[in-house]
Ligand binder design. Structure first.
Ligand code: ADP
Ligand code: MG
Length: 456
């Protein structure tokens, strides 16, 4: 029918615009490497901030004592405590709780957000029981994972550059987030010292390195996306190394396949013109890209019949986990897709052909994201000089990856891995390992709090 062919042409055009042939991925990787160099060379006029983390010594394994960690990401925050037992004891005991952030707090005031966090932390501290040992008279210490761009002033202080991922709390910008958290801890009567302020990429790198000494970079693919790596830094006295938080979510390049839907998503966002890479590849946005294409197919080609299902116009109504469930639907009649369309958009009685198109749309969006993520990782490997094998050298580079998108979206994960192998070629691919660092950022922050403890 005429409708179907119009819908197909909208679909096909989107598919073509999302194409990520290997040559284009190499251009993206090269642009990423170039932006990394630019970001290190100058402050301000590069897309990549390349933030100094003030972490020049990653965990050694000798860390010991009781430490808390707070992980404020995008969707949830986690509170964690670990009893570290030194070289032999390792992580003797670990407990964790996860709280979802009430959406209204994401655009409230700084003190409302941090007071909420402090209250949850207090509740968690109250449950500290057997197996955790605070030395008599000792003060509890905390590693704070704060996954937004921060200009670090020291290991335990830093000012918020700007919000991302749907957060927008104006009065927190340019403030020291440790000072803000500490004020809330004081108001709550919690006696705790913030010993380390880290980004989730830095925490994941530290937690990964603790378990596997070959970890040299960390990538987050969750609500948002970001990456960190170990940079050789001649100016750093002891280790000659410095961990850099790239803030690659803000990467952009003419080589990125950006469609009209991506542009519209950006225009409608809280941070217009920023975080373009993140808006194409991360969990907060993928479902909404699919929705936007479907909406256009409904409006301009009557894809779902004469009327446009009103819920198709609601931003973020299709979340990435739901998109993932549709994409992985293996039932013969695509029953999962059918029921998701009904539950989310109120669209009932969809044909098999319609469902198949939707699965394919999910595939296009997830594949583009996964392949571009792989290109970003190649960019980092290039910056570290790990994209080639040196003659006669035994080489192994582990990239620790964490985040709900990578963890749960199986097709995304396998596409990322196969694309990276394709980009590296067999010989180098054997030396690079993508490792899932499960909640490494919490442990990592606790480890960094331990290595910056006030107690020797
Ligand atoms: P954060 O990035 O907020 O620290 P996580 O790493 O836990 O948190 O990632 C949560 C994000 O991961 C969600 O916002 C969602 O986009 C994505 N996600 C979670 N579950 C799934 C899933 N089953 N399939 C695809 N994406 C998922
Ligand atoms: Mg996180």
């Amino acid at each position: 029918s005429e409708r179907w062919s119009k819908a197909t042409s909208i679909f096909k055009e989107f598919e073509e615009q999302c194409a990520t042939p290997i040559g284009r991925l190499r251009q993206v990787a090269d642009a990423m490497t170039a932006e990394m160099h630019a970001g290190l060379a100058s402050e301000g006029d590069s897309k990549l901030k390349m933030l100094n983390s003030y972490v020049d010594n990653l965990p050694t394994g000798d860390e010991h004592g009781l430490f808390y960690a707070l992980d404020l990401g995008g969707t949830n925050f986690r509170v964690l405590r670990v009893q570290l037992g030194g070289r032999d004891g390792r992580v003797a005991k670990q407990e964790c709780t996860e709280v979802s952030i009430p959406p209204e707090l994401m655009t409230a005031t700084s003190s409302e957000l941090f007071d909420f966090i402090a209250k949850e932390l207090e509740r968690f501290i109250a449950t500290e029981g057997e197996g955790f040992f605070l030395p008599p008279g000792g003060q509890r210490e905390l590693g704070f994972t704060f996954s937004f761009p921060v200009k670090q002033l020291s290991i335990s202080s830093g000012t918020l550059i700007r919000w991302t991922k749907g957060f927008s709390i104006d009065d927190a910008v340019d403030k020291d987030v440790v000072v803000e958290l500490t004020k809330s801890l004081d108001r709550q009567g919690i006696d705790m010292r913030v010993a380390a302020l880290v980004n989730d990429t830095i925490g994941t790198l530290a937690g990964g390195k603790y378990l596997n000494n070959d970890v040299a970079a960390a990538v987050i693919l969750g609500t948002g996306t970001n990456a960190a790596y170990v940079e050789r830094a001649h100016a750093i006295p002891k280790s000659g190394e410095m961990v850099i938080n790239t803030e690659w979510g803000n990467f952009r390049s003419s080589h990125l396949p950006v469609t009209e839907y991506d542009q519209a998503l950006d225009q409608d966002s809280l941070n217009v013109g920023e975080q373009i890479f993140e808006k194409i590849i991360s969990g907060m946005y993928l479902g909404d890209i699919v929705r936007r294409v479907l909406c256009k197919m409904a409006e301009e080609a009557g894809f779902f019949g004469d009327i446009v299902p009103p819920k198709l116009k609601t931003r973020f109504i299709l979340r990435t986990p739901e998109m993932c469930a549709m994409h992985h639907d293996t039932s013969p009649d695509l029953a999962v897709v059918g029921s998701k369309l009904e539950d989310i958009f109120g669209i009932s009685d969809t044909s098999f052909e319609i469902r198949r198109v939707i699965v394919e749309l999910c595939n296009i969006v997830a594949t583009r994201a996964a392949r571009l993520s792989a290109a970003g990782i190649l960019g980092i490997l290039k910056k570290m000089g790990k994209n080639t094998v040196k003659e006669g050298e035994k080489q192994r580079t582990v990239v620790a990856v964490d985040g709900g998108l990578f963890e749960h979206y199986t097709k995304f994960r396998s596409c990322l891995k196969s694309t990276l192998n394709e980009l590296l070629g067999d010989e180098v691919a054997h030396t690079v390992v993508i490792e899932h660092a499960n909640d490494g950022s919490g442990i990592g922050a606790a480890l960094l709090a331990a290595s910056h403890s006030q107690y020797p």
